[in-house]
Design a protein around this ligand. Structure first.
Ligand SMILES: NC(=O)c1ccc[n+]([C@@H]2O[C@H](COP(=O)([O-])OP(=O)(O)OC[C@H]3O[C@@H](n4cnc5c(N)ncnc54)[C@H](O)[C@@H]3O)[C@@H](O)[C@H]2O)c1
Length: 348
């Protein structure tokens, strides 16, 4: 049994806590939260942009800390699950690793590329696992694509387009602050950067165009260049000025024997637009695989099951490893550099 201490009970902390209830092999033994009401179990003020609304929780039997150092020092814990704002990820993860705990931390790994590297290096030095909550590959649509790519059922990967765009979140004052959230690149596109790194490998160069808002990218389009010149991968992301479509994400993925399509746009005023996962095959055949979905907690439970597997086998997860998350963060910064310079930027 993995004894878990959770740092931060906001939107993601609540989602992780609820997901732990669905997973075998890990149990939340302690929580740390600076808000006294949330620490005592009153989660009614918690509401994210998906998933359930917070309720009054019975947290009896769970140790409660208002101080992160006390949580990290708790000798009964094997792993610290960090759901704090990103500016706290690096320092808390490094302290937890140094105190002999495994770490599972929400994305982005950190707000600075150097911090991401330090976290991975500290985990290596301490002989502990660092896992980052890149949950996208556990969402049914992306899980289907990931398995299709790595499983080889449709032959070799030849390219893909990825899109993740939101309406300008004017109600989030820190969204474009590089020291607090990092803008659309680090908050949103990092999901696609991680998926691209995971399923296509590390590019050798990125070429981006876009607009800046202060120090962070506002909207962009990137071409990822790989050693294999036949692998054509692009991504678009950022914010739009209009509010009618709060969120959209989509992909087209080209394999030798199939094209995979998926496109979702939240359009509250006129009804959501959806192209469910669709597979275009040889001779005009078109399939709509049954991929499940509809349960907001299920991807997080699947992600936690992967965390449990990784810790139980004491082996870095092929999906959630700190190395991949560090690379995804590095890609986001190289893409930003390319927008700023108006020319391609080398990765390696
Ligand atoms: N994977 C996803 O789909 C997804 C979605 C949303 C957010 N996230 C990530 O999850 C992380 C948290 O985001 P969120 O939306 O849950 O934020 P949030 O603001 O809702 O929650 C953060 C919580 O941490 C607490 N906190 C802050 N500093 C603290 C301290 N020093 N000690 C104790 N508690 C402290 C706050 O009181 C708050 O309850 C971010 O890294 C974010 O990028 C991931």
């Amino acid at each position: 049994m993995i004894n878990v201490g959770m740092a931060g009970i906001g939107f993601m902390g609540m989602m992780h806590y609820l997901a732990y209830q669905k997973v075998r092999g890990a149990k939340v033994r302690a929580i740390c939260e600076q808000d006294p009401k949330r620490l005592a179990g009153d989660w009614r003020t918690i509401q994210g942009n998906f998933g359930p609304r917070g309720e009054l929780m019975d947290l009896s039997g769970i140790a409660k800390y208002a101080d992160l150092d006390e949580l990290i020092a708790d000798p009964g814990l094997d792993m610290i699950d960090i759901c704090l704002p990103p500016a706290r990820h690096a320092e808390v993860a490094i302290a937890a690793l140094k105190s002999g705990k495994h770490v599972f931390c929400e994305k982005p790994i950190a707000l600075k590329a150097a911090d991401g590297k330090r976290m991975v290096e500290t985990a290596r030095q301490c002989g502990k696992l660092l896992m980052i909550g890149h949950v996208l590959p556990f969402f049914p649509e992306f899980n289907f694509a990931y398995k299709a790519i790595i499983g080889g059922k449709y032959g070799k990967l030849r390219g893909g387009h990825f899109k993740r765009i939101i309406a300008d979140p004017a109600w989030l004052p820190d969204f474009f602050n590089p020291d607090k959230v990092g803008g659309p690149m680090l908050d949103l596109h990092i999901h696609d950067a991680h998926f691209i790194r995971l399923s296509c490998g590390m590019p050798r160069q990125v070429q981006s165009v876009g607009t800046m808002r202060g120090d962070v990218v506002e909207r962009f389009s990137t071409q990822f260049l790989f050693d294999d010149p036949g692998l054509i991968v692009t991504a678009a992301g950022g914010v739009t000025a209009q509010q009618g479509r709060p969120f959209t994400h989509a992909y087209e993925i080209y394999l030798e024997g199939a094209t995979l399509l998926f496109d979702y746009a939240g359009l509250p005023k006129v009804g959501d637009a959806l192209t469910p996962v669709t597979v275009l095959l040889e001779k005009g055949k078109v399939e709509r695989p049954k991929i499940g979905g509809g349960d907001a907690l299920a991807p997080f439970a699947a992600e936690l099951a992967e965390v449990v597997r990784s810790v139980s086998n004491d082996t870095p997860s092929p999906i959630l490893s700190g190395d991949l998350a560090r690379d995804a963060l590095a890609l986001c910064f190289k893409q930003t550099e390319s927008v700023r310079k108006g020319k391609p930027v080398k990765i390696r």
